[in-house]
Write a protein that binds this ligand. Structure first.
Ligand SMILES: [Zn+2]
Length: 124
């Protein structure tokens, strides 16, 4: 049986995708080992066999439960790198519009969040 917070996560996730209690429990065990560290979509998917949509839904519920948090970085498609600096809010990045490495402008008037990438970190 899952308790409190995890049960709540399980109920929210299973409304959207097929998942069992055991898997939610195993994800929680995995996240506990990763406290203070970043979780990558790819490694999570390999381990638990979820697709992108399912992973997003699961991560979303763990973020809402304050077990994980979102961090934001800027991405330069021109030199194919992620810029230095990780930010707590997506809005902290607006205005940082030029790539440190190649000088490419990283702002799109029509799509302000185009060059921003999300990372997921397990809270301590
Ligand atoms: Zn660049």
């Amino acid at each position: 049986m899952l308790s409190g917070l995890l049960l709540n996560i399980y109920n929210n996730v299973k409304e959207k995708i097929e998942i069992d209690e055991k898997t939610i429990y195993e994800i929680d065990v995995y996240l506990k080992k990763k406290k203070g560290r970043y979780i990558y979509f790819e490694s999570f998917q390999k381990l638990f066999h979820f697709n992108d949509k399912e992973t997003s839904i699961i991560f979303g519920e763990f973020v809402k439960a304050s077990i994980m948090e979102m961090k934001f970085q800027q991405f330069c498609p021109s030199c194919n790198t992620i810029l230095h600096g990780t930010y707590d809010s997506v809005f902290d990045l607006l205005g940082k519009e030029v790539c440190d490495d190649c000088g490419e402008t990283l702002f799109d008037d029509k799509e302000p969040f185009k060059y921003i990438t999300v990372k997921f970190k397990v809270k301590k």
